[in-house]
Write a protein that binds this ligand. Sequence first.
Ligand code: AP5
Length: 193
Amino acid sequence: MFNVILFGPPGSGKGTQSEKLMEKYGLKHLSTGDLLRSEISKKTPLGIEARNFMDKGQLVPDEVVIGMISSLLDNNKEATGFLFDGFPRTSAQAEALDRLLELKNSCISVMIALEVSEKELIHRLVQRGKTSGRADDDNENVIRARIVEYKTKTAAVADYYRKFNKVVEVKGEGSVEEIFEALCKQIEKHSDC
Ligand code: AP5
């Protein structure tokens, strides 16, 4: 299996690039943000719980997202590889993901970290907030809170994968096509698990 983590702060382009990567490489896209928003729109108990955190720009508790990913891995047994977008976001999530993949005799092939300045992140999210309808984009304080969560809880996840020599950094500023090409180059340098 070929499993990629597309990593980076809010607004770094994970969702935009994931769409293109899953099409090119036939990977199953797992975005915890999209999954949680779908639960919110269906007003499920999980969605109602998650919303309290997401609207404030805070991370949803680990057990909620780990449970969601675990059932998705089980429900996609035929997948030849996964593209993780927005997961793992804490060290506990990274450790849980490794254990889940191990059960499939698999592992993370590479983590690609998109690097974008904070000024550009805020600009992109404020712009998107004008039309997206995403509650966590329409207020700059919440956007800043998401970036603080990233710095304090999520950035360390890259250190976890660095220990296994699995992290590559890619500049996330420039045109979507330029960034996509840089990501493809990195993906093609790495092999399956
Ligand atoms: P999530 O949905 O994962 O959002 P995020 O990480 O905050 O990221 P975004 O979707 O805002 O940005 P992105 O990096 O995907 O960039 P995008 O391509 O969209 O998470 C939302 C919330 O859910 C979290 O805050 C948390 O509460 C909860 N959650 C999710 N996963 C969790 C987990 N594992 N654990 C706990 N809680 C979790 O692009 C952004 C904008 O920039 C777009 O408008 C796009 O058009 C534009 N753009 C993209 N590329 C470029 C470019 N090259 N140049 C100019 N503009 C660009």
